[in-house]
Ligand binder design. Structure first.
Ligand code: ATP
Ligand code: MG
Ligand code: MG
Ligand code: MG
Length: 464
């Protein structure tokens, strides 16, 4: 019998509670930190502690934190492991234990509590972190050729140009150990999945780039609940775990599709629906309303993507409240605020989806005009306007164009898309633990009505 998602969550928290960690509830998806739009990692609620601005009354904590990462939106349904909404299990040390305990416990939890075979686990370390390498080799007993040294991109955590930072060590699971140790490439996601990240916050970086050891060293970790569920439940991707599959299956049923027989493209759409509905349910439960700025805009675009993908798999009429019901039922034992806001969630979805369906109708009118005007081809700009403003998937525009003997300038469309992506990237913010970040926060309180910069730039971030 496989462990359920709930059992995995509980076993993680219990394991660290037995090691004197205080179990804290998940913080809201709306962060207290003004430098990020949504809670993107388990460490975010502890940021003031890591910065030394706040002293905790406990030296160790453990959480299962709701997270949303919109920067992974293009991976949703396409990779087996990425979501917008997911839960990050974490154990944290505030100036208390450090590398040795963090690594030993992560190993014990993975191999003894979750029962993962040691020969299927590969640790990575930052290339200069000989200390972590030695712990894996000598204390844990991993053969040196199975410990992978990685560059700063993957294995050095910073929060901005200055501030606390440090190397990290990640644990990967090997789906195909029969391929041997000779060519271990952790980037190959058909063979490996990263499931646990251990960050060793040990330096402060100054404006000149010098690293000085922190007086009080911290541990910040994150394990993806859905990824551990994928591994333990032996399913091909996160979407087929008990945490999400009931939603995917319901969407398939509404569409009259048998998921197991569906083609790849249909499966992607059903997975997008499964992912985004969870995000939407938790966002509304945490008090976010659909709008045209900031978090509300992210919410609105997620809802619209669900509707669009619903159309792509042949669903007609309002269906999001019905799939949301499944997500609410899945969340209710752990997140009481979800069941408490059930009516609000379904009401908002009903309104947003109906309004969006009208927008789509307007788009159809515009498309009809375009079709009448063009002789051969719908331009990339027009296709993009239909997509961006009216929520028309390119496939739909192509289909309607074809019915009228026209083609679509797909390259032109892609160019417009790339421009939009560029705008999104420019507005992307990383966690900012810097002095400037704190100053911005201060400034925001002083000029709370004038400080619109971050909301505006974030609102153009790409979430289509
Ligand atoms: P990846 O390289 O797979 O994108 P990451 O290195 O960006 O993951 P971290 O920032 O290290 O992820 O987050 C800690 C853990 O949270 C990861 O090891 C993973 O288990 C989980 N995680 C991160 N991003 C996602 C996501 N988009 N969906 C589901 N789980 C995630
Ligand atoms: Mg990532
Ligand atoms: Mg990674
Ligand atoms: Mg990582």
């Amino acid at each position: 019998k496989y462990l359920s998602g709930s059992e995995i969550r509980q076993k993680f928290l219990d394991f660290y509670a037995q090691r004197q960690h205080k179990i804290l509830p998940s913080a809201s998806l709306i962060p207290e930190d003004p430098t990020v739009l949504l809670t993107i990692a388990g460490m975010l609620p502890f940021k003031p502690i890591f910065l030394g601005q706040k002293t905790p009354d406990y030296p160790r904590a453990t959480t299962s934190q709701k997270c949303i990462r919109t920067n992974d939106i293009e991976n949703v349904g396409r990779t087996a492991r990425h979501h917008t909404f997911f839960e990050m299990l974490g154990n944290f040390s505030f100036g208390d234990y450090f590398k040795e305990e963090a690594i030993a416990w992560a190993w014990e939890l993975s191999t003894e509590v979750f029962g993962l075979p040691p020969e299927r686990l590969i640790p990575s370390v930052f290339e200069e972190d000989d200390e972590a390498f030695a712990i894996w080799r000598d204390k844990i007993g991993i053969p040196p050729h199975r410990i992978k040294r990685m560059g700063a991109d993957d294995n050095f955590w910073t929060s901005g140009p200055t501030g606390p930072c440090g190397p990290c060590s990640e644990i990967y699971y090997d789906f195909h150990p029969e391929l041997g140790d000779e060519n271990i490439d952790l980037e190959d996601d058909s063979r490996f999945i990263e499931f646990y990240n251990l960050v060793f916050m040990q330096y402060n970086r100054d404006a000149q780039g010098n690293l000085t050891p922190l007086q009080s060293k911290n541990i910040d970790t994150g394990m993806g609940l859905e990824r551990m569920a994928q591994i333990l439940q032996q399913v091909p991707n996160n979407y087929e775990t008990d945490l999400i599959f009931p939603i995917v299956k319901t969407a398939a049923e509404i569409a009259g599709i048998d998921y197991s027989k569906a083609d790849e493209k249909t499966k992607v759409s059903l997975k997008v629906i499964g992912d985004h509905i969870r995000a939407v349910v938790h966002m509304i439960a945490d008090g976010i309303s659909a709008s045209n700025i900031g978090r509300g805009y992210v919410l609105r675009r997620l809802i619209r993507r669900v509707v669009r993908h619903g159309r792509l798999v042949g669903i007609e009429g309002v269906f999001t409240p019905q799939v949301a019901e499944v997500a609410i039922a899945l969340a209710k034992d752990v997140y009481p605020n979800v069941i408490a806001t059930e009516e609000d969630i379904k009401g908002q979805l009903q309104r947003e989806e109906s309004a969006f369906l009208k927008t789509i109708e307007k788009g159809e009118k515009l498309l009809t005009e375009i079709v009448q005007k063009e002789k051969q081809q719908i331009s990339g700009e027009d296709a993009f306007t239909l997509y961006d403003t009216h929520g028309f998937p390119l496939e739909l525009t192509q289909e309607i164009a074809a019915e009228n003997g026209l083609t679509v300038d797909v390259e032109g469309f892609e160019r417009e898309m790339e421009k939009q992506r560029q705008r999104g990237r420019e507005s992307h913010k990383t966690i900012d633990l810097t002095v400037q970040g704190s100053l911005d926060k201060l400034a925001e309180h002083i000029h709370s009505t004038e400080f619109v910069g971050y909301t505006q730039s974030q609102s153009t971030a790409r979430v289509e």
